[in-house]
Design a protein around this ligand. Sequence first.
Ligand SMILES: NC(=O)c1ccc[n+]([C@@H]2O[C@H](COP(=O)([O-])OP(=O)(O)OC[C@H]3O[C@@H](n4cnc5c(N)ncnc54)[C@H](OP(=O)(O)O)[C@@H]3O)[C@@H](O)[C@H]2O)c1
Length: 206
Amino acid sequence: MRIAIVGGTGPFGSALATRLRKAGHDIVLGSRDAARATAAAKDLGVEGATNHEAVGAADLVVLATKADAALDTARELREAIGARPLLSVASELRFAPSGVLPTPEAASLAERIQAELAGPVLAGLHSLAASTLGSTEAPDEDAFVCGDDLEAKRLVLDAAEGLTSGRALDAGPLASARALEGMTAVIVNLNKRYRGHAGIRVTGLP
Ligand SMILES: NC(=O)c1ccc[n+]([C@@H]2O[C@H](COP(=O)([O-])OP(=O)(O)OC[C@H]3O[C@@H](n4cnc5c(N)ncnc54)[C@H](OP(=O)(O)O)[C@@H]3O)[C@@H](O)[C@H]2O)c1
């Protein structure tokens, strides 16, 4: 599958590109800046292009920009993305003296992105850290994906299957993105409190 990673020059997009390339996918790393994309892509052994060019020929678009820029970037790329499925991995976090907080918005970022795009939006992979995803061993965790379009969700679950040594799990409709994005705040608080690299494994499933 040809996968465009918008904002793929960051640690998460780059780690994801490396794992997906190893799994046999054809990756185009996107950036706002063509030279930055080319340089980052060369290091990873994938293609590089502007975000706009990257999404044009993709089967799946992964939106991996800085979380604060995800909604505006989706709006800017709306025409180029067209009806292609898009996976949002972003979580909006607020840093307060009491700890890390999820967004106060009622709708998840992924649901707000869906309102801007013609194609199906999926949300997932929030609980995987760039550092563990980018390490030599696949992380010993499960990965979660949610979305309303079953065909697009199957596509993303298949791609997510090889990312960890755990399972790629269907976490239900796109409304589950509120919980998945909020879970990032929980994980960051755990990492700060226990100085670790928390991941999630679900028990009790067949
Ligand atoms: N880091 C993690 O462990 C982790 C884990 C799970 C999910 N995520 C999610 O994955 C996404 C990427 O995380 P990251 O840590 O790799 O983020 P990041 O380094 O902060 O940003 C990723 C890329 O976003 C682009 N960007 C920055 N500002 C932008 C703007 N104003 N408009 C458009 N693009 C902009 C930059 O690419 P160019 O300058 O090359 O355009 C940058 O390399 C985030 O949404 C995050 O919530 C991260």
